[in-house]
Structures are given as structure tokens and as C-alpha cells.
Design a protein around this ligand. Structure first.
Ligand code: NAP
Length: 246
């Protein structure tokens, strides 16, 4: 699934799933723009990539100004829009619905849902203007489909990403731009390291394949969706969850 000559932007690329996506896309010879809140983490990802001309950019996906500045840096260096965008930046602020603070609800929606909107809107606009038949991959979550106790904000944001992806696919298909969502199950990253062991054991007991997933499991699906092997797939939500939530 070679990606030679392709330029890929990955948000949340400083660690976890986003970092694995950067590594796997670069292994297939894409040039990668690694963006994240934390520039040190972006640079660490960058150092783990092959020797192509990659770029690290500090960017907050929940801020339209920061997203605009990020694309300005990309255009400055590469003189073109990315062919591939993977929206992986995301946060959790868990709590029971009846006790959830408004601020925690808003923050999760701002990063996970509005962030996906802002990056897609700017990126797809540039793709259209430059005649690039791009691929956009949004990392949602299996709990956006099933719901999950303690995650009213997060599940709403991820269900939003699934709906947003379908609308974007319908609007952008005529420009040859594909938009798909990946719904990870329980993947071993810093995000899930924070979950208490007892809760993890319960979750694993419900996974048909009997174990957590790895960031690479999600990254390989992103690679497929980014490549021309998936050229007739758009608006899809692909579950990569070991059977959780089927
Ligand atoms: P992670 O290890 O916590 O990585 C998330 C990355 O997003 C971090 O590098 C974080 O930066 C960055 N980020 C947070 N807020 C941001 C913002 N406003 N702007 C730009 N970047 C920001 O989590 P992960 O497990 O890799 O998750 C990646 C994606 O997969 C998320 O969308 C998550 O919801 C989704 N997902 C994960 C799982 C799972 O089991 N791990 C399951 C389903 C879906 P900082 O480190 O600086 O905070």
C-alpha cells in the first residue's frame, strides 16, 4: 500500500494511536506532518520516522486560530495541502452524568468533535481548491455506537464524529475526497492506562478476542483507508474492537 509522494497530516501524533499512525504511514513512504499540543512529543515521534522530510507542528485542534496557523506552516513548507488527514487528537474527562461538570462536557466536545470539524473543514477546503483527491480518517470510538457508563461527554463526542463523517462523505464525494471513521475498541495507550485494573479486567472479559488492542491495529486500518486500496469506501465506520460492541 505504498504512499510515495503522499503528504499526510496526523493530529494527536505525539503519542498513542496518532504516533503509530505516523510511523506506519511513513513506513509506506508518506511524508508526515505530526501535530499535537505538545511539541516535544511531536519531535519524539518525528525522530522515530524514516528519513523523509517530515514536519512537527504544535497545534490545538480545538482552536480555529491554531488550526489555521498549522495549515499556514504546512503550506509554507510543502506548498500544497495534505493528501491524507488522520484526526486522532482526543481527550477523556470521565464522570457520571448526574455529576458531570459543564466544563468537562464542553472540553471533550471541543477537542474530539469540534477539533475534527475544524481540521476537516480547513484541510478539505484546501484539497478541493488544489484538486487533491484526498482521504480523511476520523478516529471515533466503539463507545460512540454503544454508549458507556461514565462517558456521557466522550460518547456524545464520538457519536458526533460518526455522524459528521457521514455528512462530510456526502458533501465531499463530488470532489473525490473520501471521509471515513475508525471505531477503536479498548486500545493500550496512555488514555486507557488511566483506567483502574479492575475495570480493565471486566472490559477484557467482554471482548470476544479476549485482549486489548494495540495502537498498530488502528494504524493499519488508517493505512488502508488512506491508500487507494480503499478507493471506493467513503462514509464508512470501521470497527476495530476485537469484537467488542458487535
Ligand atoms: P492518547 O495517548 O492520550 O493521545 C491523544 C493525543 O491527543 C495526545 O498526544 C494529546 O496531547 C493529543 N491532544 C489532546 N488534546 C489535544 C488538542 N486540543 N489538540 C491537539 N492534540 C491534542 O490517546 P490515544 O489512545 O492515542 O487516542 C487517540 C484517539 O483514539 C483519540 O481520539 C481517542 O479518543 C481515540 N480512541 C482511543 C481508544 C483507546 O482505547 N485508547 C479507544 C477508542 C478511541 P497531550 O499528550 O499533550 O495531551
Amino acid at each position: 500500500m505504498g504512499l510515495s509522494g503522499k503528504l499526510a497530516l496526523v493530529t494527536g501524533g505525539g503519542r498513542g494511536i496518532g504516533r503509530a499512525v505516523c510511523q506506519i504511514l511513513s513506513r509506506e513512504n508518506a511524508q508526515v506532518i505530526v501535530t499535537d499540543l505538545n511539541l516535544d512529543n511531536c519531535n519524539q515521534t518525528l525522530q522515530s520516522l524514516s528519513q523523509l522530510s517530515h514536519l512537527a507542528v504544535q497545534s490545538d485542534v480545538s482552536s480555529s486560530n491554531s488550526v489555521k496557523l498549522c495549515f499556514e506552516q504546512i503550506l509554507d513548507k510543502y506548498k500544497r495541502a495534505p493528501d491524507i488527514i488522520v484526526n486522532s487528537a482526543g481527550i477523556t474527562k470521565d464522570g457520571f452524568l448526574l455529576r458531570m461538570k459543564e466544563q468537562d462536557f464542553d472540553q471533550v466536545i471541543d477537542v474530539n468533535l469540534k477539533g475534527t470539524f475544524l481540521v476537516t473543514q480547513t484541510g478539505a477546503g484546501l484539497m478541493k481548491d488544489q484538486g487533491i483527491q484526498g482521504s480523511i480518517v476520523n478516529i471515533a470510538s466503539i463507545v460512540g455506537k454503544t454508549g458507556n457508563i461514565g462517558q456521557a461527554n466522550y460518547t456524545a463526542s464520538k457519536a458526533g464524529v460518526i455522524g459528521f463523517t457521514k455528512t462530510a462523505a456526502k458533501e465531499l464525494g463530488k470532489f473525490g475526497i473520501r471521509v471515513n471513521a475508525v471505531l477503536p475498541g479498548f486500545i493500550q495507550t496512555a488514555m486507557t492506562d488511566a483506567v483502574p485494573d479492575k475495570v480493565k479486567e471486566k472490559i477484557v472479559a467482554e471482548i470476544p478476542l479476549g485482549h486489548l488492542g494495540q495502537p498498530e491495529d488502528i494504524a493499519y486500518t488508517c493505512l488502508f483507508l488512506a491508500s487507494s486500496r480503499s478507493k471506493y469506501i467513503t462514509g464508512a465506520s470501521i470497527e476495530v474492537a476485537g469484537g467488542l460492541g458487535v
